[in-house]
Design a protein around this ligand. Structure first.
Ligand code: KE4
Length: 427
């Protein structure tokens, strides 16, 4: 488990930071362990506080698709820093970022930069409500879109249900502006629109679910999302904070030919620094202040250092063969998982889209939250701890996706295979 140096740091952190971490998942509570404190990272390797090295499959939960401390990204940040950290005034680099986003994701004719995925989804849903004049939002049970009050809701029983607060501090009245449907369930979506279609401003969804583990979309589900929103005058909001530039240059909407009205981005477009973006059709985005009546602002929105890191990252992703390389690496990690689990007689189902994947500790496919929840999380926790003992840093929750980077080379993958063999054998 955690090395002695991390243990000491965790005890210290606990005194001054809630749970000792600045984001809950990092506390390792879902796997029953204590976090490893990280000292530095390079390529596919994380270096723990005691100097131990780990092959990293978290990648900061998605942003580090090039691997850590890529020299060209580091250089871009250093160069930008010499010109000042933040101006609170427009810069040309923000125009270039908006143009790159539009070129890669044509549905984002116009976009606004913010500082996190949460701000991106909040912005997108506020403009959807402002544009339609409607209040209700539909999300999926098990979908995660950041920390806005009305998105921290869970479904009750039944197919299409009113949101109930999924966090203390979320007023019931706010939670009730959110309706929930199971992921990949076009029937439930049709039902909720039949009942309340004229009150629904938008449906927000992850085109590849990544926050209940990796769940690819069913084509019928994707059709239902576009048809139902179109027929009832609601907007389709594609949350590509995780999948944007991850599963394809143009995101999941390019992979699955989805035509959303609004899209949210984050993670990779910041190259590890805080950036988010939301955008879509011009006639919708022209509702955003100062042009239109929908207010949204941010002191560090479009921050020059973060934009420099993001631009350097997406430029490198434009190089020929990058996504084929990510596909090959993802496929190899999947094959290693399946091979060693089978050899040890451990039932798992690996679900993968490109370089994002999840090993579900269950024998059958996972299409929604209920099926994701029907996994052996106790075994997953023991497997996670054994991987750490064997030098692999895997996402510390069954309900997270793992990420392979361009820096995962043959040496990373052979170390990973050995760790998988040991960890599955020990279950
Ligand atoms: P942030 O506010 O954390 O930058 O983005 C929120 C968000 C929005 N949409 C999707 C699809 C997301 O996956 C996220 C954040 N993802 C989690 C990992 N599953 C961030 C990790 C964390 O919460 O510490």
């Amino acid at each position: 488990m955690a090395d002695p140096v991390s243990k000491e740091l965790f005890n210290r952190a606990f005194k001054v930071i809630p749970g000792g971490v600045n984001s809950p998942v990092r506390a390792f509570r879902a796997v029953g362990g204590e976090p490893i404190f990280i000292r530095e990272a390079r390529g596919s390797v994380l270096v723990g506080a005691d100097g131990s090295e780990y092959v990293d499959y978290v990648g900061s939960w998605g942003p580090m698709i090039l691997g850590h401390a890529h020299p060209e990204v580091v250089h871009a940040i250093q160069q930008a820093a010499t010109k000042g950290a933040s101006y609170g005034a427009p810069t040309e680099s923000e125009i270039i970022m908006a143009e790159r986003i539009r070129d890669a994701v044509p549905s984002m004719e116009m976009s606004r930069l913010v500082s996190s995925g949460t701000e991106a989804t909040m912005g997108a849903l506020r403009v959807a409500r402002g544009y339609t004049g409607r209040d209700l939002v539909v999300k999926c049970i098990g979908g995660y879109h950041g920390g806005a009050d009305y998105l921290l809701v869970k479904g009750g029983s039944g197919l299409a249900t009113l949101g109930e607060p999924d966090s203390a501090g979320v007023p019931a009245a706010i939670a009730e502006t959110t309706l929930l449907v199971p992921y990949n369930d076009g029937y439930a979506l049709e039902k909720v629109f039949a009942e309340r279609g004229n009150e629904i401003a938008a449906v927000i969804f992850e085109p590849v679910a990544g926050n209940m583990g990796c769940i690819p979309p069913d084509p019928i589900w994707l059709d239902a999302l576009r048809t139902q929103t179109q027929n009832h005058g609601a907007l389709l909001v594609c949350d590509e904070v995780m999948t944007g530039f991850r599963v394809a240059w143009g995101g999941a909407q390019a992979l699955y030919d989805i035509r959303p009205d609004l899209t949210c981005l984050g993670k990779i477009i910041g190259g590890g620094l805080p950036v988010g973006a939301y955008g879509g059709r011009r006639e919708i985005m022209e509702k955003v202040a100062p042009l239109g009546p929908v207010y949204q602002a941010g002191t560090l929105s479009g921050n020059p250092l973060a934009v420099a890191a993001g631009l350097a990252t997406i430029e490198l992703l434009l190089r020929p063969g990058v996504y084929e390389d990510l596909e090959r690496k993802g496929d190899e990690v999947q094959a290693l998982l399946e091979q060693h689990a089978q050899r040890a007689g451990v039932p798992i189902t690996v679900q993968r889209v490109g370089s994002m994947l999840t090993a579900f500790f269950r024998a059958k496919p996972v299409r929604n939250w209920d099926e994701a929840a029907d996994t052996d999380r106790e075994a997953f926790g023991r497997w996670h701890a054994a991987l750490l003992e064997n030098g692999v840093y895997w996402p510390c929750s069954q309900f997270e996706a793992a990420f392979v980077s361009l820096a995962h080379d043959a040496d990373s993958l052979s170390k990973t295979g050995r760790a998988f063999r040991a960890a599955f054998a020990g279950l």
